[in-house]
Design a protein around this ligand. Structure first.
Ligand SMILES: C[S@@+](CC[C@H](N)C(=O)[O-])C[C@H]1O[C@@H](n2cnc3c(N)ncnc32)[C@H](O)[C@@H]1O
Length: 285
């Protein structure tokens, strides 16, 4: 069978969003040959050209979103191969995050005696594989923030990874919300793989305004989205509730901190990993 190998060169911070785009245009998995390169495959048929058009259109927005300086370059080559569908899996293995979590793809088995809490996520499906610094910062912040029985909302759940982690960390009610129905379908599958279907609520929502009395609200989206949401965050939180915001590229955090402070929240922790920042803020009693 003939496949188009679609290779995108771009800054490391943009690799995961680009991988999500490749999945959106129909690739069933992605490879990351290096920190600056992501690859997907599509069958060579009449759907290829429109799919590449959609990909190029979306990549053209990356500079405006702060994900790249210039429009990322796409190179397409053609391969005859029947085995690539399995080959990409070798790029994903277990990832230890924070002190207590282990993110693993569904085809891996945790080592015997593994003490960490297992978060199973299929990395071929949606943003939120556990490899992106923003996701890792949120996971580490959740480890510290979540208390047994807490009500946790993961706004912008993508693969569901943060909601799954919150449930494993002992939350009471967990809600996984996204504006994207495809993401919600992917999150459902990952919840099922973790035995959490029915325990974590899936909802379509685009704002903290959809929620009240939340103990921990986590949103790994983008700086400008968090800034726009900031005024509605305090009313969504319970007294002394915590907001964790991420998807913030280094340099963008002062403006996000300002918008959270203007909304009446107290930012008490600024976490950095590679070129990414996560903020932890409290609502006072
Ligand atoms: C960067 S991914 C985060 C995925 C996952 N939570 C993680 O931490 O890896 C951002 C997700 O936010 C969703 N999103 C974007 N804007 C949103 C909004 N206003 N409300 C809810 N979800 C939103 C996107 O559809 C996408 O699934």
């Amino acid at each position: 069978m003939r496949w188009a190998r679609i290779s995108i060169q771009l800054p490391s911070a943009a690799v995961e969003p680009a991988a999500a785009l490749l999945l959106e245009i129909g690739c069933s998995g992605t490879e990351q040959p290096s920190d600056l390169n992501v690859v997907g495959y599509l069958p060579v048929d009449d759907r290829l050209e429109p799919a590449l058009g959609r990909l190029n259109e979306a990549l053209a927005t990356f500079p405006a979103l702060g994900l790249a300086q210039v429009r990322p370059q796409v190179a397409v080559t053609f391969v005859e191969d029947d085995n690539w569908e399995e080959a990409w899996k070798k790029h994903f293995g277990p990832v230890r995050v924070g002190r207590r979590l282990l993110v693993i793809p569904p085809w891996e088995t945790p080592a015997p005696g593994e003490k960490r809490l297992i978060v199973r996520v299929n990395p071929g499906m949606a943003f939120g594989t556990g490899t992106h610094p923003s996701t890792q910062l949120c996971l580490a912040a959740l480890e510290d923030a979540v208390r047994p029985g807490d009500c946790v909302v993961d706004l912008g759940t993508g693969s569901g990874i943060l909601a799954i982690a919150a449930a494993k960390l002992g939350s009471g009610t967990v809600v996984a919300a996204d504006i994207d129905r495809l993401a919600l379908r992917v999150a459902r599958q990952n919840l099922e793989d973790n035995g959490l279907l029915g325990k974590v609520l899936l909802v379509e929502a685009d704002s903290p305004a959809a929620f009240t009395r939340v103990d921990v609200l986590v949103a790994n989206i983008l700086a400008h989205v968090i800034r726009a949401m900031a005024p509605s965050i305090p009313a969504a939180l319970a007294p002394r509730g915590t907001f964790i915001g991420a998807g913030i590229a280094e340099g963008q955090e002062p403006e996000v901190i300002q918008s959270l402070t203007d909304a009446g929240l107290r930012v008490h922790r600024v976490m950095h990993q590679e070129a990414w920042v996560a903020l932890v803020a409290f609502r006072d009693a």
